[in-house]
Write a protein that binds this ligand. Sequence first.
Ligand SMILES: [Zn+2]
Length: 292
Amino acid sequence: MNIKVASIVALTMVAFNAMALPKALVWDKLSLNEFKEARDLAKGTVLLPFGCVEKHGRHLPLGTDSLVGMYLCEKASEIEPVLVYNIGNLGAVWESKHWLGTVAISHNTLTAVLDDLCNEFARNGCTNVVIVNCHGGNSGFLQSFVRSRLEKPRTYNVYYHEDKFSNKNYAEWRRRFGEVPTYGHACIYETSLMLYAFPELVHMDKINVEESMPKYRQRDMSKARLFTPIDWYAECDTQSYGDPSKATKEMGEFFMDIHITNLVNAVRMVKNDSLMPALRAEFDKHCANPQY
Ligand SMILES: [Zn+2]
C-alpha cells in the first residue's frame, strides 16, 4: 500500500470509527470496543449526573431531577466527547420524606456507592470524575464527599459541577420572557425544562397554583444565619416553590442551552486540566511528610 492510499485508508478508518460511536457516550450502552474508543476520546473523563426521586408538584414526575441530569449530560457528551455513567435515581432527599414516592438514600450508603464508583472508573482508565448535581438537596452532601477525597491519596481526580444562572443569563431571561418570577422547585424553571426535554411526562392540567408559593416560616432564622434540618419543610412543605403555570417549552430550551453550554465548558476544562492533579500530588507528598 503506498503512503497516499494508506493515509486515505487511515483517515477513512478514523472517520468510520468516529461514526460508529453513538452520539452520546453513555457507559452502559457502549460495546467493549466502543467503550475503549470512547474512553480515549473522552481522555478518561466521565460525567456522573446526580438527581433524586421526590415529589415535584403534582404535574411533574418523581424522577425529574435524575431525568434532567441524564438528559443534560447526554447532550453535553454529543458536543464534547465525554463518558456518561447512569447512576439511576440515587439522591440525598431526606427533606421530602413526608411525601409519598420519595426515596431517600442515607449519606453513608451514597458515600460507599460513590467511593466504589470512583475507584471502578479509575480502574477502567477513567481517572477524571465529574459529579454533575441536579438536585439542590444533594449540594451539601456531594461537596462534603468531594472534600473527603483528601482523606488519603486517590487514583482519580474528582470535580463537582452545579450550574447557576449568571446575571447575564437573568438579563436575557427578562429580555426574552419578561420578569423573573419566584422560582425554586417544580416551578416555572423546572417545568419548562421538562416541557422541553420530556413533554410526554408533564401534566400541566394537574398544576395546583395555590400550593405553589413558599411560606417563609423560618425567614427570621435564615436572616440570623441559622441553619436547621427542617428549613426546607418550613419554606416549602408542598414541594412546590413558585407558580409553574406559565412554563413553556421555549423557556425550557433557553434554560437547557445555558446548562449544556456551561457543562461543555466545564468538561473541556477538566479534559485539559493538569493543574489540579499536580497540586493534588504535591499536597499528598506534603501530607506524608508534613511541613513546618
Ligand atoms: Zn427538581
